[in-house]
Design a protein around this ligand. Structure first.
Ligand code: IMP
Length: 204
């Protein structure tokens, strides 16, 4: 039987993207729909780590959570750790408005960051980070994906994430990189992982 890991998220898109990556490592994802407990912090690592420990306490087994953010250069890294709140409030149009004075693509640089925190216990959390550089487009483009996908163009592409298939987005994306790093680590540490899992199931 192949490996299976728990992924605590209610975001269907994140599940599909993570599944598409981890299946290449022979790893299955079992999503668990716990609401992520998101602390306010300037560091995505700290947010993801805290949420992973909370999820571990809830399910009592090793579990992954992920936290992402979009950092726009000319806005001094805004919205960064507040990306979710900003998306829900001013949205894509609000971001485009904030950048309306920046008329060439080179002045619209942005970085997408994903941090996957994998809690093996309350005290032992592995962190995997993926970073993707790109630009904020001039218009909302594409109907795929979610969140800021219709306004983010990664370097070496002319398409926004929302104009790509899941597989193509994964080649470029912050989440693709973070989950590939998790997959590589799981494969390298497969024995350690199995031992921890057995202990958790036995209720240690
Ligand atoms: P969170 O990781 O779910 O907290 O995401 C923070 C914000 O960034 C949310 O508004 C998401 O919609 C957005 N976001 C996270 N990952 C992506 C992505 O891969 N593409 C576009 N938007 C994303």
């Amino acid at each position: 039987m192949g490996l299976e890991i728990l992924f605590a998220t209610t975001n269907e898109h994140k599940i599909r993207e993570a599944e598409a990556i981890l299946k290449n490592f022979g790893i299955m994802i079992k999503p668990i729909a716990t609401e992520k407990i998101e602390i306010q912090h300037s560091s995505l690592e700290e947010i993801a780590k805290f949420a992973a420990i909370q999820a571990y306490v809830k399910v009592g087994k090793p579990v992954a959570v992920e936290d992402s953010g979009l950092f726009i250069e000319k806005l001094n890294g805004f919205p960064g750790p507040y990306s979710n709140y900003v998306y829900k409030t001013i949205g894509l149009r609000g971001i485009l408005k904030l950048l309306e004075d920046y008329k060439d693509l080179g002045s619209r640089k942005a970085v997408f960051v994903a941090v996957v925190a994998y809690a093996l216990s309350e005290a032992n959390v592995m962190i995997f980070k993926g970073v993707t550089e790109g630009y904020i487009s001039f218009n909302i483009r594409g109907s795929g994906g979610f969140g800021y996908d219709p306004i983010f163009i990664p370097y070496n592409s002319t398409k926004t994430f929302a104009e790509m298939s899941i597989e193509e987005k994964n080649l470029y994306s912050h989440r693709g990189k973070a989950f590939r790093a998790l997959g590589e680590w799981l494969i390298k540490n497969i024995n350690l992982f199995k031992e921890i899992k057995e202990k958790a199931y036995k209720g240690f």
